[in-house]
Design a protein around this ligand. Sequence first.
Ligand code: NAD
Length: 500
Amino acid sequence: MTTASAGIAIPDELTSKTNLIAGDWVDARSGERFEVRSPATGEVLAEVPSCAPADVDAAVAAAKAAWPAFKARHVYERSAIVLRMAELVRERAKTIARVLSAEQGKPYETESLPEVMEVALNFQLAGEDVVRMETPVLAMRDPNKRVLTFREPYGVMAVITPWNFPTVIPSEYIGPGLAAGNTMIMKPASTTPLSMILVARCIEEALEEFDLPEGVFNLVTGRGSVVGDYLVSHPDVDIVGFTGETVTGESICARAGIKQTLMELGGNGPQIVCSDANLEAAAAAAAYGCFFNAGQVCCATERILVEDEVHDRFLELLLAEARKWRLGDPFDPATTMGPLNNEPTAVKTEEHLADAKAKGAEILTGGKRESGRPTDLYFPPTVIDGVRRDMLLNLEETFGPVAPVIRYTSNEEAVEIANESGYGLQMSVFTSSIKKCFWFADRLRTGNVVFNDSTDYWEAHEPFGGGGGTKSGHGRLGGRFTLDDVTHLKTVAIDFEKAL
Ligand code: NAD
């Protein structure tokens, strides 16, 4: 540990040579770097390599060269490697989580540490699930034939991830991707690469213990428009796992051509509160969905649709819940919500609120950045009532700590509002009626729907991703479902009659 910064000691591994290419920790060939700052204090935490296409070429070449030997390793060995990665992450969880809080802004105790433990869980699940994958054996018309199917890795996998969950989102691709036998180049988000570099140290150490070819796992840092853009269209990349904004995902798909893609994109999840709901539980869940990670979650509660007759009582309860959240320093144990991660997110939140105010909505608490804080990124929990369907808060993903309340008068209208923004990642409905659960489940256009809990509810082995035909993407992250998406089915037909 060397420099004390933002309330934490920066591990030596983050002070230089933080990219991993072909088994070596290196700088960018150009020597260029960029700063990573703490959103909580504004201090520079570290500088990381600013890579260019030549660095990406080297990483892709290393992953390509390593693939045949890695793929040939027995599945139980690949399982053991990712299980070892899980152990190493658990051992170093506190150090990784401290760096995560410092660079991302989320509270250490309640969010960063659980996030890092979930990285280990994702590696563990991948190690456990990969040895249990099953594929069909088919009965054929030709009596001399047997047809078997196998799951094969695609080859070289590019993984590009956002800043809201800097370690757990990469782990959702890395665990299954490596367990299934792909080699990899990972590019973390530019504002939050440091915690992932520490996870990469664990991955590399596990790979070394198993004496694997150099280049199975590579990490490059740099601008999305340079490194990410070049990576996804690289001819030697076979599969792209991307989590980020819908607009970035669309441009990646346009450039990735016929490569396999997993696209985990934006959300605009509503929580629907029916008049027969447990309103206390609905209000607590809504506050959690809006303010957890300062609302910077793909499945955050972006809108709260409340049935007219319970609107006033629900609003009262929601305001009481919002006032329980404590904005502050991520390392203060009393803090339940940290600063926003970056300026564009703060600006977008302000723009959406200004649009709603101009069109007649009323901010009841919060609504603007707090002054007197170490940075300009402290945005308090905000509740806004009188939100209508023509407002940006309803139509677009805000990604800030905002609880927009929209009234509705019939179940049909609630479904229409929920579906109209075109996003369909995760939605939630509070009702006491089992009949309504299935009625809504059939009509909401979304990949995931939760009844009587927050839109943020999700467990690591559930299939998670955008609903068909929505702007939230395709492919599934979560447990064994990702193993299916990072492998392709190979069919092998055997004529045993003609064998000697
Ligand atoms: P973003 O699209 O701006 O960036 C994501 C990653 O893509 C970053 O690493 C970035 O550097 C890289 N990138 C940027 N331009 C690129 C390009 N032209 N080519 C290749 N890569 C490029 O997203 P963000 O602001 O970091 O993340 C927030 C978004 O992510 C939100 O929309 C959120 O809903 C979404 N998200 C989705 C899920 C999910 O599971 N569906 C989970 C978390 C976040």
